[in-house]
Ligand binder design. Sequence first.
Ligand code: ATP
Ligand code: MG
Length: 304
Amino acid sequence: MGLGVNIVNISKKYGSTVAVDNVSLNVAAGELLGIIGPDGAGKSTLLRMIATLVLPDSGEIKVGDYDGIADYHSIRRILGYMPGRFSLYQDLTVEENLDFFASVFGTTVTANYHYIKDIYCALEPFKRRRAGKLSGGMKQKLALCCSLIHHPEVLLLDEPTTGVDPVSRYEFWEILKRLSGAGMTIIVSTPYMDEAYKCHRIAMMLNGRIVKSGTPDEIIQEFDKRLWKVTGGDVYDLLLVLRSCPEVELCNSFGNSLHVVADTTKEKLCSFLAGNGYEDVLVEPLSPTVEDCFIEYVVGKDGK
Ligand SMILES: Nc1ncnc2c1ncn2[C@@H]1O[C@H](COP(=O)(O)OP(=O)(O)OP(=O)(O)O)[C@@H](O)[C@H]1O
Ligand SMILES: [Mg+2]
């Protein structure tokens, strides 16, 4: 099971807005790829094009050997797509939604129940509840069941855990890891950095382009700037002071501390801070996280 997805130079414009700009991406069979990017980066448009729901202006998409345009009918049979906004029928019950999605694919819940039973067991006690009355996490699990009921080989998930509580988020990712471990190819967009670490590979998107991709380790290793952690003092005041320092390229708050990208030495940073009335703050070198890389590559100069 599992088919690769091969995307070559696809673009999509809406009027004068370039939603996806010349994106190429290879996703191996059984790979779990995460797409991270800010609002409007083009994540949903990219997923919709792979799902054959939006036609690219140019470029080519292949799912296995199927062509995204000529073979869209075959692709829809082997692909599961969970859209960003709640896609289920709110007035139908849990089991009615599932029956409906199974019938769309010409199958039945009974025939394919074994594919979803691990996930569905949490929903079983609520099977007569209307989907609109489920909790956030339950809704997403039901949406996942509905996108899996025809046993797809490729699964596309658009921000499946946005607004979902942390426990449900954790459970949801355990399920994704299991599906991917069983050979399913999964492409998932997410705004959560901790989820990026759970992916085999990450693609960071900005303004319709993929600005960085690689395994979480590769992305971290390729970060070649000097990074500092600054603690002590009022975080917001310190942020403004550090952003006024000519050597500081980026400065952002992480809880009670500040992460500072600056090609300088600890002594110089300390002396700049002391000159601005901050003598007692702690400056330490820091190893980057995926989130630091995301800020560097995606948030970029807006972060200064
Ligand atoms: N159907 C549409 N009609 C017009 N413009 C669109 C349409 N769909 C997307 N866009 C525009 O294309 C750009 C990319 O949108 P897209 O929804 O793909 O981004 P996104 O990364 O999914 O953002 P978000 O995090 O907000 O979901 C945005 O500027 C958006 O306004
Ligand atoms: Mg989106």
